[in-house]
Design a protein around this ligand. Sequence first.
Ligand SMILES: Nc1ncnc2c1ncn2[C@@H]1O[C@H](COP(=O)(O)OP(=O)(O)OP(=O)(O)O)[C@@H](O)[C@H]1O
Length: 361
Amino acid sequence: MAQVHLRNVVKRYGALDVVHSINLSIAEGEFVVLVGPSGCGKSTTLRMVAGLEEISGGEILIGERVVNDLPPRERNLAMVFQNYALYPHMTVRENLGFSLKIAKRPQAEVDAAVAQAAEVLALTPLLDRKPGALSGGQRQRVAMGRAIVRHPDVFLFDEPLSNLDAKLRSQMRVEIKKLHQKVGSTVIYVTHDQVEAMTLADRIVIMQDGHIVQVGTPLEVFENPVNTFVATFIGSPPMNLLSGVVKAGQVVLADGTAIPLPPGLRVTDGRKVQLGIRADNIMPEGHSLPPTAHMAQVEMQVTLTEPLGTETLLFATLAGTEVQAKMLNPRLVAPGEVLRFGISLDKCHLFDAETGVSLKG
Ligand SMILES: Nc1ncnc2c1ncn2[C@@H]1O[C@H](COP(=O)(O)OP(=O)(O)OP(=O)(O)O)[C@@H](O)[C@H]1O
């Protein structure tokens, strides 16, 4: 286990900065997920930690050591990629033990490490099979096993689940979480999938255009997004954003609908804002959670429903903007029906319309 520190780390390709002086400290044993849309620089950041990309500026420390100039094999890391890169002609046992064998470790040590990794990952019955005779999830477990046997200081995962189908992905998420609980290593995990980030991370690092936009626990970034990018990226469905102008303690929308400001916020009249409401906080009256202290009511026409079993997503229109609301006690709602919705103002967010920055401060 080791801490990892990134200090003013820059990556430049020619004149193009793709990672802009980022700073991040990861504690020993922490599971940190780098998440963001395609091209935001998360893989490049991970590859710089791994030593697979040179850094253009700044410092990377693993434990106490500055590793800027160390080759990957001297960093004591293990990396798991989305294409598992198993050796097809070797058995699972040989795949698992390969790196130790190359390092000329005694056979007894290799056998013990392989047996232990196989046990942790439930691979023992498959040790004599070759990768061609394994399912996608089993191959992924072998790839993780290869990383474990080396007892690395830090595990690096680069979108390890993106080749798996949805069901397997959610199973493997649980496996990875259990694995982390068992071995307790420091993990840096890259994904573009916010659900993966939310479910796995001790802390999430949200990246956009080569910058770190927010770092926090899953709940912190969900409950207190610093801007509209994070607000709409984290959480499903994305947070609804309604454009309006502040007037006398209310947000006045394009069609004149006035919704009181979230409690505790003081914003000067005339300021252009976006009111952020998650689907969970705008529900048809009589079909929702008990009301919170500060409620507002709006009427909306439902355009589409999406029944999800225990809840139903309702698509409706408010002041010309599509809004997604939730109904917890499903009943049949016909498209075109006009319903009265309650909004939990305590749970709403407010952002500056131009910068997108949260005004909750
Ligand atoms: N060798 C390269 N030369 C020039 N630009 C590059 C090179 N490698 C990556 N980039 C650019 O750097 C940026 C960051 O790429 P990176 O792969 O880190 O993004 P990412 O967030 O991991 O995206 P994805 O999820 O699509 O892999 C992108 O704009 C990409 O086009």
